[in-house]
Ligand binder design. Structure first.
Ligand code: UDP
Length: 373
């Protein structure tokens, strides 16, 4: 079969690879001048530091098959994300852990004491948190919420945390020990030479052709048996029902001689600091040594029509619109919508790969049984 995959990011590459291995002819197009979507990495020409061009990407998963899959395409180095937060005039460890709690409240509590102490801070009258703020008030209480989450979240999402789903905060654990690993997954690492060679290796199959700087046009679909669309879901339909809301990011690059901040990610919890975080990219490759350093100040804002979409907002109004677009997508034969933009979800890389592998399997079994397309 002839397959067109729109987007050469993780979804397009992983699905394309599986279908190519099954003997199908895969044409992958991407409007940008590089593969990898927002996982794209490249060396900074000035300092040679490996840059996460579209912001930090740390690979973490509990899915052994996905971990084996990515390790089959590139070498991973051990990497654990240890984030810090500057807020109210001090630096703390994230995610909120026993060190954060003891330093913040000026105490020397052991785990059980801290647990009881935080339970006193927490608003236990909130039984079933309905939004981000309620989730925070229920689990960490007002003081920690205001220091670490409220300002950051207002900057990141451009709205009140009461308008955001509780699920966003559920991404972050609260720990009553000194474990400051940002993620709790079994497998964590960073590709030694960045994500671009990994995705290049996935795409490296005789059944796959990749065309960059190539924008989709409907006549391309006429030539193929099936389309996998990893561009924006609403974009496929020409935004005819309106635009799904996204946040975009602006990165303000600056260089420094030596070590600028001593860690890869420094978050800023205060509302009056306009950026959400500073990333210092050489700390994402601690096995390398560079005298020069490149940092990004990261600013979040509403995504305009010409900006790169990063985070799907999924507020109440988007949800209704999303349902309408999903209904249209389901009524569109011959096209499968995949990935973060194609399904309008906040997906981590491991989940994106898992879904891409499963989507390819479902498609291939449909081809075998004659029910595909
Ligand atoms: N968050 C916060 N303070 C922080 C870090 C995160 O309030 O210092 C909130 C914020 O709303 C963010 C969410 O937690 O969108 C998820 O954080 P995560 O670090 O997973 O975000 P990502 O790295 O994917 O942008």
């Amino acid at each position: 079969m002839k397959i067109l995959l729109v987007g050469a990011g993780l979804s397009g590459a992983v699905i394309g690879r599986k279908l190519a291995e099954a003997g199908h002819e895969c044409r992958i197009i991407d409007a940008r001048d590089h593969i990898g979507g927002n996982c794209y990495t490249r060396r900074d020409p000035e300092t040679d530091v490996m840059m996460h061009v579209y912001g930090p990407h740390i690979f973490h998963t509990d899915d052994e098959e996905v971990w084996t899959y990515v390790n089959g395409f590139t070498e991973f180095m051990p990497f654990q994300n240890r984030v810090k937060s500057t807020t109210q005039g001090a630096v703390y460890s994230l995610p909120v852990n026993l060190l954060t709690i003891n330093q913040f409240f000026g105490k020397t509590m052991r785990p059980d004491e801290a647990r009881d102490f935080i339970a006193e801070q927490a608003d236990l009258t909130i039984e079933d948190p309905q939004n981000f703020e309620e989730q925070a008030m229920r689990f960490v209480g007002r003081d920690l919420y205001e220091a670490f989450f409220k300002g950051y979240t207002e900057k990141q999402w451009g709205c009140s945390p009461t308008a955001l789903p509780a699920s966003i905060l559920k991404r972050l654990p609260v720990r009553f020990n000194y474990d400051d690993n940002y993620f709790f997954h079994r497998f964590q690492g960073m590709p030694k030479d960045g994500y671009t060679p990994m995705i290049q290796a996935i795409l490296d199959h005789p059944g796959i052709t990749v065309e960059l700087n190539t924008t989709y046009s409907p006549d391309m679909a006429a030539d193929v048996d099936h389309v996998f669309w990893s561009g924006p879901l609403d974009g496929y339909f020409g935004y005819e029902l309106g635009r799904l809301g996204y946040r975009t990011l602006d990165f303000e690059r600056f260089t420094h001689q030596g070590d600028y901040q001593g860690c890869a990610v420094m978050n800023y919890g205060d509302r009056d600091v306009p950026y959400t975080r500073i990333t210092e990219h050489k700390h994402f490759s601690p096995w390398e040594s560079h005298e020069g350093s490149v940092c990004y100040r990261e600013y979040s804002r509403e995504c305009g029509p010409d900006d790169i979409p990063y985070y799907p907002i999924r507020l109440v109004e988007e949800k209704a619109l999303l349902e309408d677009y999903i209904a249209k997508a389901e009524a569109t034969p011959g096209v499968t919508f995949v990935g973060r933009l194609g399904t309008y979800r906040y997906l981590d890389m491991d989940v994106t790969i898992r879904e891409a592998l499963d989507t390819a399997d479902v498609f291939l079994s449909g081809v075998t049984s004659g029910t595909a397309i």
